[in-house]
Design a protein around this ligand. Structure first.
Ligand SMILES: [Zn+2]
Length: 404
């Protein structure tokens, strides 16, 4: 069921950017008091709207409308193939349309098991007709954005958006944004679709189509995309997965010269001892990047480690980088994933230039190469051109609503 949308072009002030801007691509939602519903004109009837109460049955409801036992029994038998009256539930709405004359005879009974469908039992014919109908759903797209003035959930609430979208967004960005640390004045934009029943009744968010948040001065986009597996994952504007807590290694181009082991012959000390790290050999001066965002916990020199940096990523994980020729961060500093924190060297106990990469999980040193860490599906083959083509208009819309 496709609907032709009337595109309303919203006009934006180019200077004001501290306001939540909004592009509505569909016709405005009409809010007219209901004159008719379920295919009936209310003015033609005496109308009762109510909900099923504890103890109510279809039978007792009919009896309250002066329909006799015998007749009720016949009606239930007659409708049972299309409407099993035993399925009516407490708190579900029903409507009774009665004659406008003095007798107020029950003419139509309508029961709504959910937001989307309803049963109609029409008593006006002696035959009693019954049918089920499903309300049409309209999907509308919206883009909001601008500058954050409050928390994400407050922002969504004020824009009359289902707040559940906030937790979805928080999950998508779990590896790149700490939403508690978004600041007032950070820019953002979100494009999403919403469901409307009968074109007017809000039924919640259908899908997140695109978003970006400014975080520590960086714009981080998220676009859902399904590769060959069909599973939807989220990627940034370059097609990089957002679900990578740790980079694979602290050096871009390098070779592993020594793996984590409980016993190896130490090349300098010339004795057998545990090697609780992974060594990556690289030329002196090669940039060392922190494998995940976090806070520098230690930064200094020891005889064994040489110049080293230790970064705490969260309550579970920490990583350490040894033998640097130069340290580029200080203790207490916050670092982003991929940030250069030092340069490769051979300070401390080292035979040649390399970085010894150490990994802690819950305070225990573990082999980073063997850990099963959460990771997204990388973009492969010709998926990337398909992805870039898909996101171009979405990104343009995000950027324009937030005046990027
Ligand atoms: Zn090592």
């Amino acid at each position: 069921m496709k609907q032709i949308f009337i595109v309303i072009i919203a006009i934006f002030s180019l200077v004001s950017c501290n306001k939540t801007e909004e592009i509505k691509e569909e016709k405005a939602v009409k809010r007219i008091p209901k004159k008719s519903e379920f295919g009936f004109v209310y003015a033609d009837f005496n109308v009762i709207h109510d909900t099923i109460q504890k103890g109510d049955t279809f039978g007792t409801l009919l009896e309250q409308q002066n329909i006799g036992d015998r007749q009720v029994y016949d009606i239930i038998a007659k409708v049972k193939d299309s409407f099993d009256v035993r399925t009516i539930r407490i708190n579900k709405p029903f409507t009774m349309l009665r004659s406008k004359n003095k007798k107020k005879d029950l003419q139509v009974f309508i029961y709504q098991p959910d937001n989307l469908s309803y049963y109609v039992v029409d008593f006006r014919d002696t035959a009693v007709s019954v049918y089920k109908k499903t309300k049409p759903i309209t999907i509308k797209r919206r883009t909001i954005g601008g500058v954050l003035k409050e928390s994400l959930s407050e922002t969504l609430g004020n824009a009359k958006i289902e707040v559940a979208l906030a937790s979805k967004i928080t999950k998508i960005y779990a590896y790149s944004i700490d939403f508690m640390k978004l600041k007032k004045g950070d820019r953002y934009a979100i494009t999403f679709t919403e469901r409307f029943i009968n074109d007017t009744v809000y039924d919640g968010v259908e899908e997140l189509e695109a978003s970006f948040f400014e975080y520590k001065g960086k714009i981080i986009y998220a676009f859902p995309f399904a590769q060959n597996s069909g599973k939807i994952e989220y990627y940034d504007e370059q097609g990089k997965t957002l679900k990578n807590f740790f980079l694979k290694s602290p050096i871009k181009f390098s070779r592993i010269s020594s793996r984590f082991s409980s016993s190896r012959f130490h090349p300098v000390q010339h004795r057998w001892k545990a090697h609780k790290g992974t060594d990556y050999a690289a030329p002196r001066g090669t940039p060392i990047t922190v494998t995940a965002g976090g806070v520098v916990e230690q930064s200094g020199f020891t005889a064994g480690n040489g110049n080293f940096v230790k970064v705490k990523h969260n309550g579970t994980y920490s990583t350490q980088y040894l033998h640097m020729s130069k340290i580029l961060v200080r203790r207490g500093q916050r670092v982003n994933q991929g940030q250069v924190i030092g340069l490769v060297g051979s300070t401390g106990l080292a035979t040649g230039p390399h970085v010894c990469y150490r990994f802690w999980k819950n305070g225990k040193q573990v082999d980073a190469l063997r850990l099963k860490l959460p990771t997204g599906e990388p973009m492969t083959g010709n998926n990337k051109s398909r992805f870039l083509e898909k996101i171009t208009p979405l990104k343009f819309q995000l950027d324009s609503v937030a005046n990027l």
